[in-house]
Design a protein around this ligand. Structure first.
Ligand code: G3P
Length: 219
């Protein structure tokens, strides 16, 4: 199994809307080690752009359980697949869902064979959502999101516990919040995770391509 680096483009001005294509262009042709997979999680307004970048892999920042039909402002798995989006995050701290919605979305994802990463803010949520068999549980303590203290240095014991709880259900873990460099990435793997979910460390850096390269190069 490859280790995943999911870069959440959020709705930063520099990585979404009119700037999204320019932002993504800088990653064309980059060298990605064979044991690593890099995924860009697009804001809903930018999902159609995926078609212009066939060599990159994309997730959506959100997906609903509804299909095509009379569903205003919903994002269906069917439409994402039609647009070349290979999976989705749900329940990010900045877009929380209730448990029934998460469960309904994961039921449909299983039927559609559509990979979904469920974010969790703590150990209890991680355990609960791993029972629903997402592609990954992503553990992101909200108080560290967007900051300079990484989850790997601040919460190593909880990461170990999340990994162990999720492994009972055969689910792999990503960690996120404050991840910036290869030390954070390496530590996340040492703690048993299978990758990272990050945003500001890449998107808001002066040189996003260089920051991504330095995150993955020493692994
Ligand atoms: O989805 C990733 C995100 O919430 C973590 O954000 O800026 O701490 O890497 P950041």
């Amino acid at each position: 199994m490859k280790n995943s680096v999911i870069i959440n483009l959020k709705h930063y001005e520099i990585s979404s809307g009119k700037s999204c294509e320019r932002f993504l262009s800088s990653f064309i042709g980059m060298d990605i080690p064979e044991n690593i997979r890099v995924v860009f999680a697009l804001n809903p307004i930018d999902l159609r752009i995926a078609r212009n970048f066939p060599e990159l892999e994309f997730y959506s920042q959100h997906v609903d359980s509804t299909g095509y039909g009379a569903f205003t402002a919903k994002i269906s798995m069917e439409s994402l697949m039609d647009l070349g989006i290979s999976g989705s995050i749900i329940n990010h701290s900045e877009n929380r869902l209730n448990k029934n919605v998460i469960s309904g979305t994961l039921d449909k994802a299983a039927r559609m064979d559509f990979p979904v990463v469920v974010c969790s803010e703590n150990l209890a949520e991680a355990g609960e959502y791993s029972r629903l068999k997402p592609e990954f549980v992503a553990y992101e303590p909200p108080e560290l999101i967007g900051g300079d203290i990484s989850v790997t240095s601040s919460k190593p014991d909880i990461i170990r516990d999340v990994v162990s709880l999720c492994s009972v259900n055969g689910v792999s873990v990503l960690v996120g919040a404050g991840i910036k460099n290869s030390d954070d990435f390496r530590k996340s793997l040492e703690l048993g995770a299978h990758g990272v979910l990050l945003a500001s460390g890449i998107v808001l850096s002066k040189d996003p391509l260089r920051s991504l390269n330095s995150l993955i190069e020493k692994l």
